[in-house]
Design a protein. Structure first.
Length: 86
């Protein structure tokens, strides 16, 4: 799982328990935390290492995608069902 985390450049916070402890601590300490505005999910995104223009654009796009990814129909349905119970 660790190579997937580093190759993709981001990880859902709920998946942090699937990676070893030292990698998890590194991700939490050094990566950027991004919270989705719709689903309230939290993601960690690997920041660009250098001033490489391509890496900076990739980081910005990943951050925007994580913050603004709309909720799926299943997520919306579960949210609405949970709201009706309360």
């Amino acid at each position: 799982m660790d190579d997937i985390v580093f190759n993709n450049g981001y990880i859902d916070a709920t998946d942090l328990n699937k990676i070893d402890e030292s990698t998890r601590n590194y991700v939490i300490a050094h990566w950027v935390c991004s919270k989705n505005k719709f689903t309230q999910k939290v993601f960690y995104i690997k920041p660009p290492i250098s001033n490489n223009h391509r890496e900076n654009i990739r980081f910005k796009l990943l951050n925007i995608a994580c913050e603004h990814q709309p909720e799926t129909y299943a997520e919306k349905l579960m949210r609405e069902l949970n709201m009706k119970k309360n």
